[in-house]
Design a protein around this ligand. Structure first.
Ligand SMILES: [Zn+2]
Length: 185
């Protein structure tokens, strides 16, 4: 969505060429509309060689099985988002192991989806019956007869590939960088 009015002061926006790109900008304050972006997170939680999947109860993707996940909040560290979403949707407590995949989707709302490998900690699987109406740990064989989203199939393949590398959280960066979530090879 491209706004017609300033999100800061409400003045009508004008089109301004900034570094060779036409942007919507406010003539009354310093607001510039740089674009519309969203960031989603997904979790690969494996237990006894089975992967935690949820069945979406809402659009988009209603009726399809996907990884548990959701969208980041403005001031919430991404690691907390993925832990929270897994717990909310499935009741499972899991902790972040690494970042294993990223999907970029440039469109009207440019979306980036970051996928974490997570270690199961505790909890019985219990769908929230709001965002998801079914949840469980499923094997590859189980999935053959399930309506699994294509992107999820790609991620399941990654989950079962034996390379266990990925970006790891850096608890002790060589430079103190306050307020950052840092992941590295
Ligand atoms: Zn303004």
């Amino acid at each position: 969505m491209i706004p017609n009015y300033c999100l800061k002061c409400g003045h009508e926006l004008e089109t301004r060429n900034i570094s060779n790109v036409d942007r919507r900008a406010c003539p009354a304050c310093d607001f510039v509309f740089w674009g519309d972006y969203s960031i989603g997170v997904g979790a690969i939680v494996i237990k006894d060689d089975k992967i935690l999947l949820v069945r979406r109860a809402q659009e988009p993707g209603r009726g399809r099985f996907t990884l548990p996940g959701g969208y980041i909040e403005q001031f919430e560290p991404i690691e907390e988002t993925v832990i929270r979403e897994v717990k909310e949707e499935t009741g499972v407590i899991a902790k972040v192991s690494s970042v294993v995949a990223l999907r970029d989707q440039p469109r009207a709302v440019h979306n980036i989806y970051v996928v974490f490998a997570m270690d199961y900690v505790s909890g019985d699987v219990l769908p929230d019956n709001e965002e998801v109406d079914q949840a469980g740990f499923y094997s590859l064989e189980d999935m053959t007869s399930m309506n699994v989203a294509d992107l999820t199939r790609w991620l399941v393949h990654i989950a079962y590939s034996k390379t266990r590398s990925g970006l790891q959280p850096d608890p002790a960066p060589i430079v103190p960088l306050q307020g950052y979530g840092l992941y590295r090879v």
